[in-house]
Design a binder for this molecule. Structure first.
Ligand code: GLN
Length: 192
């Protein structure tokens, strides 16, 4: 299996390192041609407006949705989640508009712009996941067909899945726990 990691801007090197730890071939994606032969694509965290502008400049804005329509699995983390959402509050950036979720950018405000919390994600088992939030978005609304995978104690949705589309508001690539990447690989191989 070969997984592409969008390498326009942001935490792409960390995602590649986790995939390699899981003995999976990982390739940086900067141009449409880099998507050839990939079985899944990760859109990392970073600055969604910058990533969006670079995707536009390198003709990925049309190419990625075209491939998703043909079944390419996507995993968006933080800014990646913003870029996959059909609806975004507080955003000037152009989104790929692929997932039936409404997302709010920078939802935690300046007081608590970054934090780590042990998050229960039933799809991964009983052991909580160390979730790192950095100027993170939240999922405000989900349409039919979207499954919420994790919520903060106050009920805020921070991870979800719709078919082969997976999103987290936090950064799983910044922890030592590879379970979410493994879960995405299982989506790519059709195991889950
Ligand atoms: N605040 C960033 C944005 O709106 C996302 C932050 C992140 O990806 N860590 O794009």
């Amino acid at each position: 299996m070969k997984i592409g990691v969008l390498a326009s801007q942001g935490a792409f090197a960390e995602h590649i390192a986790v995939l390699e730890k899981l003995h999976t071939e990982a390739v940086p994606v900067r141009l449409p041609g880099d998507l050839a032969g990939v079985d899944g694509l990760i859109i990392p965290g970073g600055e969604s407006t910058t990533i969006s502008r670079l995707m536009d400049a390198y003709d990925l804005m049309g190419e990625i949705p075209a491939r998703v329509k043909k079944g390419l699995p996507l995993f968006g983390t933080c800014a990646g989640m913003i870029l996959m959402a059909k609806e975004v509050t507080g955003n000037g950036a152009k989104s790929l508009g692929l997932m039936d979720i409404k997302v709010r950018r920078n939802a935690f405000g300046r007081q608590v712009d970054s934090f780590e919390t042990a998050l229960v994600i039933p799809a991964l088992g009983e052991i909580p996941f160390p979730a790192v939030f950095i100027r993170a978005p939240i999922i405000e609304q989900c349409q039919d067909g979207v499954t919420v995978l994790a919520e903060l104690p106050d009920g805020t949705a921070v991870a979800a899945r719709q078919g082969k589309l997976l999103v987290t508001a936090f950064h799983p690539e910044l922890t030592e726990d590879p379970r979410l990447h493994q879960y995405f690989l299982d989506i790519c191989s059709g195991k889950v």
